[in-house]
Design a protein around this ligand. Structure first.
Ligand SMILES: O=C[C@H](O)[C@H](O)[C@H](O)COP(=O)(O)O
Length: 223
């Protein structure tokens, strides 16, 4: 068993019959969805709200009942992955490009749980490139500004070498920062930058982190 699978399958214990469940994105969430689909096949009732087209596709494939975010009043719990998480349970997300919808779903959720393997645990955020979602119009201006700030932005590209396009039709600049000493100050700056739609700093946005280990064990960090 790998750590991602251990964390993904453990998270299924957090969901209860009748819940509206936010469904994150990524290779760890894949295992959660797989386990959830098994429960649904056994008669478990739930409504899923996806954070990406990839997750919608998987949910449809596995007969997980879904509704769009606009169709639900509130989300009971969201299970999502993360690219890095520190001891204060702050994290970087968006390695898979889903940060905008993930943040919207997280904000609409009463409880939020991240599932990660042990490689994602860090002392300080920033080794993982920080995704910043920007509008395509004038993205070069934002790149230049961030370059001058020393953030080493790099336009994310797809396999075809064309700019990667998010589900909301934006671009992503990945920032290569040496480390993030003050995530709150950086988040504040990015929040106020014209043309930036969202960034991958998720601060105070999870209640619990389930960490999976290669031997199949899990560890839980909670606030
Ligand atoms: O945009 C993608 C999400 O934030 C993912 O949850 C994150 O990148 C972790 O993905 P994975 O579980 O594949 O490492």
């Amino acid at each position: 068993m790998n750590g991602k699978r251990a964390a993904g399958r453990k998270a299924v214990e957090e969901v209860k019959d009748g819940m509206t469940i936010g469904l994150g994105t990524g290779s760890t969430v894949y295992y959660f969805l797989e386990a959830l689909a098994e429960k649904v096949a056994d008669g478990f009732h739930m409504t899923g709200v996806a954070t990406s087209q990839k997750t919608i596709d998987l949910a449809h494939q596995w007969n997980i009942p879904m509704q769009p975010l606009n169709a639900v009043k509130t989300i009971d719990i969201t299970i999502d992955g993360a690219d890095e998480v520190d001891a204060s349970l702050n994290g970087i997300k968006g390695g898979g490009g889903a940060l905008l919808y993930e943040k919207l779903v997280a904000k609409a959720s009463k409880r939020r749980i991240w599932i990660v393997d042990n490689s994602k645990k860090v002392e300080q955020l920033g080794a993982f490139p920080l995704p910043v979602e920007v509008v395509p119009f004038g993205w070069k201006q934002i790149e230049t500004y961030l370059e001058e700030k020393g953030a080493q932005p790099q336009l994310r590209r797809g396999d075809d070498n064309e700019p990667y396009i998010t589900d909301a039709k934006h671009y992503i600049l990945d920032l290569h920062l040496p480390s993030i000493t003050d995530p709150h100050a950086l988040a504040d700056e990015l929040d106020h930058l014209t043309g930036v739609v969202e960034h991958g700093l998720f601060l105070n946005m999870t209640d619990k982190v389930i960490i999976g280990y290669p031997d199949g064990q899990t560890e839980t960090l909670a606030k």
